[in-house]
Design a protein around this ligand. Sequence first.
Ligand SMILES: [Zn+2]
Ligand SMILES: [Zn+2]
Length: 445
Amino acid sequence: MNLLIKKASLIKTGPERLEVLDVLISGEEIKEIGQDILSPGASIIEAQGKILVLGLIDAHVHFREPGQEYKEDLRTGSFAAAAGGFTTVIAEPNTTPPIDTTVRLQRLLDRAKKKSLVNFYSKAAISRKMMGKSLTDISRLKEAGARAISDDGNPVPSQRLMRNALIKGKECGIPVTPHCEESGFYREEILRKQEKLGQRSSNPLMPYSSSGIPFTSEAGFIKRDVELAERTGASLHISHVSLAKSVEIIAEAKKRGVKVTAEATPHHLLLTEKMAKEIGPDAKVNPPLRSEEDVAAVKEGLARGIIDIIASDHAPHSAEEKSRPWDQAPFGVIGLETTLGLVLTFLVRPDILTLSQAIEKMTVIPARIFGLDVLGVGELKPDAKADLTLIDLDKKWKVDVNQFYSKGRNCPFNGWGLQGKAILTIVAGRIVAKDGTIVPELIYA
Ligand SMILES: [Zn+2]
Ligand SMILES: [Zn+2]
């Protein structure tokens, strides 16, 4: 059946403006965009005053399947995505076991076809078992559909391994997306090495690399990785940037022509370490929340295009895990059901980003970085796949974790008042969520 969206506002650029148009969807595709389209028998959606955009893409999520389905699974994760206005997600490979072979990747993608309401893509691990020791078979993983390679949750401690990953990534045309933060696992390893060598950094959070250069948590890794990307000519995408220093390094690298892109999360854009202490373990993330100056710098980097995309790093944990004391609670916050509202309320309303900038950072730019346009995610135009999100910019609502589809309740924004929400999520021509609620017949399907 045809679907006719009447009088929706479409974002046009150069100069940025809204144009009121009808959009006719037939089957899985956009059939026509124009004024006063007639389509007898089509089901009509009145969209006056609402913004129709390409389906939102979240390029960094953790759906925990396989292995930790008590935290989230492909179905509940995809429900959370659809409810939040996302039609496409790219999952991180740090599942149990990690996605480090083509068999595991294929099995995951097959399962997602059956269970996910939204388009589901996955990254694959950089190193086998994500142990940072030997490379996975990157070219075969790319052939099997991996959209990037990542050891998310852990940095890649070995410079040689990272260089080889970048060389392979360039050869196969797949971006490398490091998690630039010293994890507990890695910190201990570095400290053990230093002990052996008889050197000791005065600050255990600032260990020294094998070359004697201190890693200032993420910034040191980013510096190393952009230099390796520069030497190898590979594409590097930096996950969840959180420090002013990191923004500076990425800005300089971009100026030199390094093929580096970067992402920021709503929590690193809106919360500080001081707020994390007040909120408790629900705000415990890796990299951690930072100072006000860092938050301001990440925001400015986003506005200036140094940080290319917004991604949630949706990382669900069980209520029991997050109720542990701070030092024992796991890292991560959920984000799929709040990201759009937070971006519209705190970045677009105060004019930090224009509406089109914000939407591009959640649609065309991630699609370009991760090569999704070849799969039909692209411009709003006839014959394109009908992955669409209809947004009500005025809608006021309150974040309530108990209303979430995600199994996770670890949301540091619980209780916040927001303005702006996805009121319709359409995947391949099919309405999957209305006003933040999954279409009932799909829940039981
Ligand atoms: Zn990470
Ligand atoms: Zn992550």
